[in-house]
Design a protein around this ligand. Sequence first.
Ligand code: SAH
Ligand code: DHB
Ligand code: MG
Length: 224
Amino acid sequence: MSHTLWTEVDNYICGKLLPSDKVLEESLNANIAGGLPSYDVSPAQGKLLNILVRMHGAKRVLEVGTLGGYSAIWMAQALPADGKLVSLEYVSRHAEVARENIERAGLSDKVEIRVGEAAKTLADLQREGQAPFDFIFIDADKSNNAIYLDWALRLARKGTVIVCDNVIRDGDIVDTTHTDPGVEGTRAAFDFIAANPGLDATAIQTVGTKGYDGFIIATVTQDA
Ligand code: SAH
Ligand code: DHB
Ligand code: MG
């Protein structure tokens, strides 16, 4: 199967199951116009995150890696009136575009973006007593995936769901000749979960408009 066909099928899925949403489409356009890289989750993946947040009844969501806020909007749209999403972003220009998108989406009261290296802003969240989060989406610099998973555990409770994006990357994960930091960081994330009895997880390989990739989906089985 080719990438063209995967994209065609994604378009079919979206045409059938994802009603056109002006706010989400405008966000993607603003990200492109603002020169942001096209690393946003695909629409079908965004809807998956939205459904997972609703299925879990999550009220407090944490995201590592905001970019233009596209995945944040999908997740925030799934929150109840008293729900809150905190999203962490290193690049202030990305956060600026994200804030505009979130404002346009009418979600400013529910979404807080914190600018800085996630390793620092995650520690701030813990210090401020912002934990526990019910749902955590890790989608930032892949070289730090294991570190973010470790932080996610510290900011979680028993039952928290953790989703980690881009863990397959065209199968690079099993290609031993691939030693770039992103792949090593993701292997470290798999090793971290495998060695941690407090996490129960699977990974699902996906194809679609973003190519061949996948998610880790984990649940926390004991209190932090
Ligand atoms: N979740 C977004 C896509 C995120 S792309 C969506 O689907 O819409 C990855 C983001 O992580 C980029 O914006 C990048 O700037 C950010 N990032 C990279 N290193 C980071 C770090 N150390 N701390 C926080 N964010 C980081
Ligand atoms: C890329 C894709 C992503 O989903 C991401 O979070 C970061 C980078 C990429 O296509 O390079
Ligand atoms: Mg991603």
